[in-house]
Structure formats: C-alpha cells, structure tokens
Design a protein around this ligand. Structure first.
Ligand code: SAH
Length: 238
C-alpha cells in the first residue's frame, strides 16, 4: 500500500463500532492523521483520538491536526490545504497515510473538501466505510429507524418548518443532525406537536451518552453539537 491515502471511518464513538477493514488499514499505514479542535482552555480535543486510544493501534504514528470550528469556513479550508500539502509530501516518499473521520467518512464529513482536493491533485483517497452516528443511535435504543414503506429524510441541522410539517402528514421519518443549528425552528415545533414521536440522542457510544424520548425533557435540553433528533409520525398514525 505504498504511497496510498485512505479515508478511514472510525464509527460514532464506541470503539467496537469500527470495521475490521478500518482497523486493519490503521495498522497497515505509516501515518494516521486525526482531526481535533482547540477548546476555550487552549487544549486540542479530539473525539477521533479518543476512539483511537481505545483501539489496538500504535498512537505514536498519529498526527493530530486542528480543524477550526465549522462556522469559520475559510480557516478550516486553509487548515485542510496545509494538511493536503503535508500528506502529498509524505506519499511522494512512498509512505502510506490514513485520515480518520468519525462515523462514516463519506457522510457529512468535514474532510470531504480535503478528499476532493487530494483527488484533484492526482492522489485519490480510498474510502473505508463506517457506521454513521444516526444508525448507531437507532441501534442503541432498539429503534427501527424506517420500516416497510416508510421514507427517511436526513437534514444537517438547518431544518425547514415545511420539512417538519411533512412528517406530520406522511409516514416519513426525519433525522436531524447538528441539532443546535435548527434549534429556533425545532423548539416551537416540538412544543406544538407532542403527538409525534421524538428520539433525542447525544454523544452516542461514549461515556457521555444521553437519550430521551420525552417531549418535556427534550425541550429542557441544551442541544449540543453531537446530537441527533429523530422525528417520526405518532404511534396512532403508523
Ligand atoms: N460522519 C458522521 C457525521 C458528521 S456530521 C456520521 O457518519 O455520523 C456531525 C454530526 O453527526 C453531529 O452534529 C451529530 O448530529 C452527528 N454525530 C456524530 N457523532 C455522534 C454521536 N456520537 N452521537 C450523536 N450524534 C453524533
């Protein structure tokens, strides 16, 4: 695998939810790039690194890179540009490299820009699939996310009232990622529609995991970035 680049999905947080293929790849490459973010206390926090530490992987070959918060798009792109240059220089010397991503690396992954840039530079990234957080969330409480003829819509936070209302009149299930981004629309909607089924998850597969399906409890939550809200038609509408 000399000179190859892999986009390795780590799964949503529970280290056991990494695939065998991803684990084998991490152990085969020479350098593992792992994203982190700088918190207000100046320390770099990395959920990916937390997962790697719990796996039989040599963390000495891990290089943490900082990704500015998602809203600072230009800074984030500049960080990815620097990282691409570093990766390209490594593979030019025949080294093999993995870039990790939480959940599935091809599902709303912020590293997508970088994978595309590497591809455009003539170095395609071989992607290794993983368990996306919303699938792990469903499994964690035995929720059959969609069944029979039901349809599923996944929204990256900025949910529209129309999309929410569609859930009321159809058998559609809505998965809302990045819940705080839709907070202004979601809170009043949830309060107005207690007849729907809500499943709210935080930090699935980690020690900070939290789950509730109770409307009052959901409304009392301070929504965190690593959260998912699943909205389904009410039981009597199924
Ligand atoms: N590639 C990831 C998604 C990254 S986008 C995947 O396949 O799941 C980031 C969003 O994913 C978060 O805002 C949150 O909605 C969701 N997410 C990721 N990990 C999570 C976890 N452990 N628990 C709950 N939500 C999570």
């Amino acid at each position: 695998m000399n000179g190859q680049i892999f986009g390795v999905s780590l799964g949503p947080g529970d280290p056991e939810l990494i695939t065998l293929k991803a684990l084998n790849t991490l152990n085969a490459v020479e350098v593992i790039f792992c994203p982190g973010t700088k918190s207000s206390d100046g320390n770099v926090k990395s959920r990916s690194m937390n997962i790697l530490r719990q796996l039989p992987v040599d963390t000495a070959k891990v290089r943490l890179f900082q990704v500015p918060m998602s809203r600072q798009r230009e800074e984030a792109l500049a960080a990815y540009d620097r990282l691409c240059a570093e990766i390209l220089s490594l593979i030019a010397t025949g080294k093999s490299v993995a870039v990790t991503a939480e959940g599935d690396a091809c599902f709303y992954s912020s590293a997508n820009y970088m994978y595309e840039k590497l591809r455009q530079s003539g170095c395609p990234v071989k992607m290794i699939a993983g368990v996306p957080a919303f699938i792990a969330a469903g499994a964690s409480v035995g929720l059959h996310v969609v069944k029979q003829q039901e349809r599923l819509l996944v929204v990256p936070g900025d949910v529209l009232v129309e999309e929410l209302l569609e859930t009321v009149v159809s058998k559609r299930t809505l998965v809302i990622m990045k819940v705080p981004l839709g907070e202004a629309v979601l809170r009043p909607f949830v309060a107005r529609h207690p007849e729907l089924q809500y499943d709210y998850f935080e930090q699935v597969g980690t020690p900070d995991e939290f789950y509730t399906s109770d409307v009052e409890t959901i409304l009392a939550c301070t929504f965190t970035y690593f959260s998912i809200l699943v909205i389904r038609p009410g039981i009597n509408k199924n």
